[in-house]
Design a protein around this ligand. Structure first.
Ligand code: HEM
Length: 492
């Protein structure tokens, strides 16, 4: 017994030392984590595992998406932290920090999407690639859709599509405007990207594309029948179609008629991208440009319907551009487009209030110090654009549709959507929307052909919802009448 005494002592002391060491290790770790946490922007953890995910979803699904963000801003300030979908997230309603995040794309932050989304839109597309590859593809996209190209290639084609898709409504016909806008937008995209104008081909693409988009917003389960599975199949079919077009275009002589082969044709002629990168490039543009443009068209008509004064002023401006001698629509010129001052205000106000891109998804690439905060590497970072757009201190009567605000000389600098930190409907920095000018042209021409040809009345009350994507809950049903007929009725 006595012989074993020193051994027992050493074991006890050893165990005690080990316990002390482990406790210290844990304490140190906790202190380190707490030390860092205290440098995160203030915020809360919410429920275990869930964090604030449910609050977040129910808020962005409501008719006022920044609600949750506004509540947290009141408690913690414009930059706060919370736990979303199992991850620490820094959310910003601060225009200066939002700009900092966007300007540092690829350096301190990078865009971040779930794998299922990357599988769908393609790993070679501009939306999902990073670094040098992103800069290259972004440059090509910006070049394809710059102003000179719009004048040369897009202006007439867009109007042909408008005449084709908006000409066939009967008097007293009831239409669901979101379906019409979706159809117009997909016609525009397919026509301009692939150079296709055959009605049957466009309709087939529209169906495939609608399946594809629904899958991007669905639960990513790949079992037959699920929205995600259907979307992956649609993606494959679309890619096959694009590849066949590439083959065909490469075999025949370069197009002589301007714009007849769409962006795809010009891409093959002017750039040197491998075929699989071309197909993903086109599918990325289709994805980024279709729903966004369709929603803006829809919301513009929705807001105008609620604001007869704005609608009358817009009609007046657009009627001046119609032929004085004939009821038939005339093709507008670039000068006509440039003269639509009030229409541009309507578009800006729709983008501000309608919140087409409500927030952006980013991830810290490295540990980032901003003011007194330290954002750990890998943390989600969400610049919440629409919280700035709906900030009452920046926009008086922020929740009202007021296109005249953009005519106020005080707002001219704020309005510059390329550089203003207060108005960023097209994002900013290295991922600034390369289709912004094209989208504005499409929306202005849509409004022209819609308001100069038709009058409408809303049938049902509606409300807006933003999740899974911005939409009108009951559907924006309107009864439509041809204006030419109205004029002749009132004349007799
Ligand atoms: C009203 C319509 C539109 C809105 C509000 C809009 C908005 C945006 C925003 C906010 C971004 C930045 C995303 C980010 O930083 O993560 C973006 C990126 C992009 N947009 Fe648009 N967009 C519109 C129309 C279009 C159109 C018509 C096209 C092309 C046909 C297009 C192509 C793209 C592409 C390719 C990107 C990704 C750029 C990159 O990641 O480098 N967009 N858009």
């Amino acid at each position: 017994m006595e012989e074993n005494f020193p051994l027992a002592w050493s074991l006890t002391i050893g165990t005690l030392l080990l316990i002390v060491f482990l406790v210290k290790l844990l304490k140190d770790r906790r202190e380190r984590v707490d030390g860092r946490t205290s440098k995160l922007p203030p915020g809360r953890r919410g429920w275990p595992l869930l964090g604030d995910s449910i609050n977040w979803i129910s808020s962005v699904a409501s008719s006022h998406p920044p609600r949750f963000v506004e509540e947290q801003v009141k408690r913690y300030g414009r930059i706060f932290s919370c736990s979303l979908f199992g991850k620490w997230t820094i959310v910003s309603a601060d225009s200066t920090f939002n700009r900092f995040i966007m300007q540092n794309e690829g350096k301190l932050f990078q865009s971040s999407y779930p794998k299922s989304f990357r599988d769908l839109v393609g790993k070679n597309g501009v939306i999902t690639v990073q670094g040098e590859q992103q800069r290259k593809l972004h440059g090509i996209a910006s070049n394809m859709m710059r102003l000179e190209k719009l004048k040369l290639h897009f202006l007439t084609d867009i109007q042909m599509v408008m005449l084709q898709t908006l000409n066939n409504f009967q008097n007293n016909q009831v239409i669901l405007l979101q379906d019409v806008c979706r159809k117009v937008a997909i016609h525009l995209m397919v026509n301009q990207l692939l150079g296709t104008s055959s009605e049957s081909e466009i309709n087939e693409m529209a169906k495939l594309f609608s399946n594809f988009v629904d899958g991007c917003l669905s639960v990513p389960i790949r079992i037959p029948g699920s929205a995600f599975h259907t979307a992956m199949q649609a993606r494959e079919t679309i890619i096959n179609k694009i590849n066949k077009k590439i083959e065909f275009m490469k075999r025949k002589q370069p197009a002589t008629e301007s714009g007849s082969n769409g962006v795809l044709g010009r891409l093959i002629e002017e750039e040197s991208l491998p075929d699989e990168a071309i197909a993903d490039f086109i599918i990325n543009l289709l994805f980024a440009g279709n729903e966004t443009t369709a929603k803006t068209m829809l919301f513009a008509v929705y807001f105008l319907t609620q604001s007869p004064k704005a609608l009358n002023q817009l009609m007046e401006e657009q009627d001046k551009l119609r032929s004085a001698t004939s009821d038939d629509p005339v093709m507008l010129t670039w000068e006509d487009y440039k003269s639509m001052a009030f229409t541009q205000c309507v578009i800006d106000e729709t983008l501000r209030l309608g919140g087409i891109a409500i927030w952006l998804m980013r991830e810290a690439k490295v540990e980032v110090q901003y003011e007194d905060f330290i954002i750990p590497k890998g943390c989600f970072v969400v610049p919440f654009l629409s919280a700035v757009h709906l900030d009452e201190t920046l926009y008086k009567g922020a929740l009202n549709f007021n296109p005249w605000r953009w005519m106020d000389p005080e707002n001219q600098e704020k309005r510059n959507w390329r550089s203003s930190p207060f108005y960023t409907p097209f994002g900013g920095g290295a991922r600034f929307c390369p289709g912004s000018e094209l989208a504005r042209l499409q929306i202005a021409l849509f409004l022209h052909y819609f308001v100069t040809q038709y009058r409408w009345t809303q049938i049902k009350e509606d409300r807006m919802s933003f999740f899974p994507s911005a939409r009108l809950v009951n559907g924006f049903q309107i009864r439509i009448n041809k204006r030419a007929d109205e004029v002749s009725v009132s004349m007799h």
